[in-house]
Design a protein around this ligand. Sequence first.
Ligand SMILES: [Fe+2]
Length: 247
Amino acid sequence: MKKKNAFFDRFSPKKSFVEAGFLNGLTDIHSHYLPGVDDGFQTVEETVQALSTMVEHGVKRIYFTPHIMADIPKNRPGFLQERFAGFQKEAPAGIELRLAAEYMLDVGFYAQQEEGLLTLGGRHVLIEMSYLSPSPELINVIYDLQLKEYVPLLAHPERYLFMDKAQYSELKAKGCKYQLNLMSLSGQYGRRAQDVAWFLLQNGMYDFVGSDIHRLNVFMHHVNRIKLTLKEQNLLQDLIRQNDLLW
Ligand SMILES: [Fe+2]
């Protein structure tokens, strides 16, 4: 049976993420649509246009996950909730929206925990760190979050240039979940991130998948460019199913 699957996989035409129908019904768990609060979309019009495009493609549910980090001090839960509530009046019909956040593991993260975290589905906390150097607090943060019954979810692990295969396994064994950035598969963040993303995907290391969208045209360019064999489509389908559990 394995041989047969390999045969079909080899000769089936590859499909892009869009051609495979993966936007249809998707729950996106990582995005920067909330206008004017971080390096993502800047105006209400841009966000509305992007969301309308997602509705056309059948995207069903989206978490807005603006950056919360010491470098953007105004981004506190109360402020973001207010902006989110204001934006929802402008949002196109046909799509459900929720607010969470992407937390940078910097000096402010402990204070953020005190203030109350914006989570995915009540328990999962989307975290990120510097791409260039390891966060000395990472292991402690993972432990602390778990003590408080949160589930740490590391955004785009493929983008951290200092991580090696052993570290990916070690963090995973400590209970940290991994979220693939879709655009890593087509090289948006460079060759190394692309290679690591395919390695982690093919080795079943990811738990969820997100767009991490900042600009509509960049995202659409990449989701049309990612070419997937049947086997790779199945791997992504599994992650997409997991995303639904966070709603
Ligand atoms: Fe992000």
